[in-house]
Design a protein around this ligand. Structure first.
Ligand SMILES: [Zn+2]
Ligand SMILES: [Zn+2]
Length: 159
């Protein structure tokens, strides 16, 4: 749930900070991403239509309220995709393990859409490897995508 802001980027070039944790935030925000999520969770719990603990966070992950789970966050929530993976493995995930959504849809927590990595560095390797693989093997598609997106032909570098 951490938000890594690019502080050199224009939208952070002001002195606005999160009232709760003092992190720099964008001009239009009232709190940083992780504090905003916590506030959202508190509000959801105080809502008379409280649905028993399944919420979608502001960064689009589904969380389930299970305070007794050893890795629940400070508000007692666990990410649903991690619970789905734990159920398949029959054990708790370690805090180092990362669960990735294959189709990049964070609310699609079907087990066939989830991949387990033993650490975040393995997870990041997967992402950068994936991009390299696509760039190398699907050059026409990449060029077509770039052309449609920015309206220019893109010359792929070769190395
Ligand atoms: Zn904050
Ligand atoms: Zn991922």
């Amino acid at each position: 749930m951490n938000t890594t802001g690019n502080y050199k980027h224009g939208r952070y070039s002001n002195n606005k900070i999160c009232k709760i944790c003092n992190k720099k935030i964008s001009r239009s925000a009232t709190h940083c991403g992780s504090c905003a999520t916590k506030i959202q969770i508190k509000d959801a719990r105080n809502n008379p239509n409280w649905n028993g603990g399944r919420i979608i966070s502001s960064n689009n992950y589904i969380y389930i309220h299970i305070p007794e789970h050893p890795f629940s966050n400070t508000l007692g929530y666990v990410a649903e995709h991690r619970l789905v993976m734990e159920k398949k493995l029959g054990r708790k995930l370690t805090s180092e393990e990362v669960v990735h959504h294959i189709n990049e849809i964070r609310t699609d927590n079907r087990i066939e859409n989830l991949l387990l990595f033993k650490s975040n560095s393995e997870h990041r390797k997967f992402h950068s490897g994936f991009v390299k693989y696509i760039m190398k093997n699907y050059q026409n598609l990449v060029q077509e995508y770039v052309k449609n997106f920015i309206g220019e032909k893109y010359e792929l570098y070769s190395n």
